[in-house]
Design a protein around this ligand. Structure first.
Ligand code: PYC
Length: 316
């Protein structure tokens, strides 16, 4: 981090159990170009800032970072670039809910609808009077159905490939126990699936890497529609039901004729918390909406001392 900032002010929250760390001051200067251009500058020149914010000793592999930026579109309340311990995320559903709660905590927004600019498009978020947040995500779609992959040690698995703001491989037919106690086995298995997809050259559209693996099973709470386990880029799993993963799931259900305009989908995550999802049909795609809750958990200043050997995080 030779030319980067020395301190950064952050606000931490968690959305249904999954943390978001919003950089509200002191982040690197990314210019005033498009969000794709700013993301490239971030990746090229300030990747150690990303790692310093998310990785140990200041963070952990489960922290999702959100860099607040001035939007290019004047109709937006804010712009944001999401990142984690290993790289950058196109969109992040739980992270957007955390960003909206953080903007409200800062007094920058009131209950009502707000537009947020991201590298994969503008999303709309409504801060509800009770503090819950409803995010209208980017257009989501199933790209390929029933794709087989041979996973060493796990046999052949069949899943769908879908876009929900990130690329997902979604598997309903498997024998894994989706309990929190079984999390290490789930991380191992989904990691092996992701590696097998890469080795077999199975990708999202235009060769995009599939970096999220999502398993489904019966919910623990009867009022929910399904339970999931989501492996995020790197080796961490989503503690929330994953907003982009729920969007990808609803796109697949829609493609199968199992979910229609206005139907509710209650996605339970590995902690038993849930998001409420709905869709609006848009040709072969859907415009998903995800609703969930976030809580502010800390306000702090991160210090990047130039003499600190782990100023740029500990990369495992
Ligand atoms: O909620 O979309 C999400 C998400 C992606 C990675 C972690 N959470």
């Amino acid at each position: 981090m030779p030319t980067g900032p020395v301190t950064a002010r952050v606000i931490d929250s968690h959305t249904e159990g999954e943390p978001t760390r919003v950089v509200v001051e002191g982040g690197p200067e990314l210019g005033s170009g498009s969000f794709q251009e700013r993301l490239e500058i971030f990746r090229r020149d300030y990747d150690d800032f990303r790692a310093g914010v998310c990785c140990e000793p200041r963070g952990s592999e489960v922290v999702v970072g959100a860099m607040l930026c001035a939007p290019t579109d004047a109709s937006c309340a804010a712009g944001v670039i999401f990142f984690n311990d290993v790289g950058y995320l196109g969109m992040c559903g739980h992270g957007t809910i955390g960003v909206v709660r953080t903007l409200a905590h800062l007094g920058r927004i009131e209950p009502g609808s707000h537009r947020i600019e991201t590298p994969v498009g503008i999303v709309e978020a409504e801060l509800l009077p009770d503090g819950a947040v409803r995010v209208r995500n980017v257009e989501s779609y199933r790209y390929r159905a029933a794709v087989s992959v041979d996973v060493p040690g796990n046999g052949t698995l069949v899943g769908d490939i879908a876009w929900g703001g990130n690329w997902f491989f979604l598997i309903g037919d498997h024998s894994y126990d989706l309990s929190l106690e079984n999390r290490y086995e789930l991380v191992r298995a989904t990691h092996a699936i992701r590696q097998a997809l890469a080795q077999a050259g199975i990708t999202g559209k235009d060769g995009a890497v599939i970096d999220h693996i999502e398993l489904f099973g019966e919910p623990v709470h009867a009022e929910n529609s399904s339970r999931n386990f989501v492996l995020c880029p790197g080796a961490s799993f989503d503690r929330s039901p994953c907003g982009t993963g729920t969007s990808a799931k609803m796109a697949c259900l829609y493609a199968d004729g199992k979910l229609s305009d206005g139907d509710k989908w209650r996605q339970e995550g590995i902690l038993g918390t849930h998001f409420i999802g709905t869709i609006e049909a848009h040709g072969e795609s859907v415009l998903p909406t995800i609703e969930g809750r976030a809580w502010i958990s800390a306000e702090s200043t991160l210090i990047f001392d130039p003499s600190d050997p782990f100023r740029g995080g500990i990369g495992f």
